[in-house]
Design a protein around this ligand. Structure first.
Ligand SMILES: Nc1nc2c(ncn2[C@@H]2O[C@H](COP(=O)(O)OP(=O)(O)OP(=O)(O)O)[C@@H](O)[C@H]2O)c(=O)[nH]1
Ligand SMILES: [Mg+2]
Length: 250
């Protein structure tokens, strides 16, 4: 199991090289403190790499947004819709993170957008090294709005800075309004919480006000937008939020 995020990935698993040169715990005589220090080192190394990526994106005039959610909350659907609506006026590019397959990259490519797929194997999140490798292939030009679709998971992606300018957490109405309370770490680092699938509100037990209240209780600075990536309801507010982020990072 990966000691950094506890995700179950083996040390050295494809896409999950956290520099695991340690042996694991009780089989050896190492004091537990060493594991803690190693975790700190892995995250510190990631943060350093991420800071370099952010500086290069700033220099290149690229605004990067990291989309995170549980599997199936609607990240790719929202991206397809956003590319269709903004792609003719803004250069958009996407880095797709999934454990396996190129399915999401194919959907984004079909929407007419440059895309790189990163497969993390047993890993449960993207990290700054993967982001750097993907950027070397993608080479986004000045003014690009770069979306990163993280691996579907509300836990580990919270830990890893990718050098993005903002983190967006999507929760969809069938998942329940309690998600900010149950997965507080990811909501604590979110700049924006999107409640997706509001078209299903008549059919599911989801209280938008409680979700908003829970999100604010975990992170008073986060904003919240309710929308439907399929019907288009609420998308205008999402596009206004993107425009504000682009003007801030420029
Ligand atoms: N009713 C409804 N369904 C939606 C909406 N957005 C996405 N879906 C559906 O939800 C399912 C999952 O959507 P995806 O966009 O693939 O979700 P994802 O977050 O990218 O999933 P992973 O990449 O596997 O983590 C698909 O069947 C979508 O059609 C929405 O606003 N309303
Ligand atoms: Mg997806």
């Amino acid at each position: 199991m990966c000691a950094t995020c506890g995700c179950g990935a083996e040390s050295g698993a494809p896409g999950h090289d956290h520099d695991h040169h340690h042996d694991h715990d009780h089989h050896h005589d190492r004091p537990p403190i060493e594991t803690v220090l190693l975790e700190q080192q892995v995250l510190a190394k990631n943060d350093l790499l991420a800071a370099g990526i952010r500086a290069r994106l700033d220099d290149g005039g690229v605004t990067a947004l990291n989309l995170m959610s549980s599997p199936g909350a609607g990240k790719t659907t929202l991206l397809e819709r956003t590319i269709a609506d903004l792609g003719s006026t803004i250069p958009v590019a996407v880095i797709e993170g999934d454990q396996e397959t190129r399915l999401d990259a194919e959907r984004i490519g079909a929407a007419g957008c440059p895309v790189v797929q990163v497969n993390t194997g047993a890993g449960c999140h993207l990290d700054a090294q993967m982001m750097r490798d993907a950027l070397a292939v993608l080479e986004p030009g000045a003014g690009t709005l770069l979306f990163v679709e993280n691996v579907g998971n509300l836990v580990c992606p919270a830990l890893f800075d990718l050098g993005e300018h903002a983190k967006v957490v999507i929760v969809s109405t069938p998942e329940g309004a309690d998600k900010p309370l149950k997965y507080p770490h990811i909501f604590a680092v979110a700049d924006l919480v999107i409640v997706n699938k509001v078209d299903l509100l008549p059919y599911v037990d989801f209280d938008l006000e409680s979700c908003s209240h829970h999100a604010k209780s975990v992170n008073p600075d986060s904003e919240l937008i309710a929308l439907s990536a399929t019907t288009g309801e609420g998308l205008d507010e999402w596009y206004r939020w993107i425009a504000r982020r682009r003007s801030v990072s420029r």
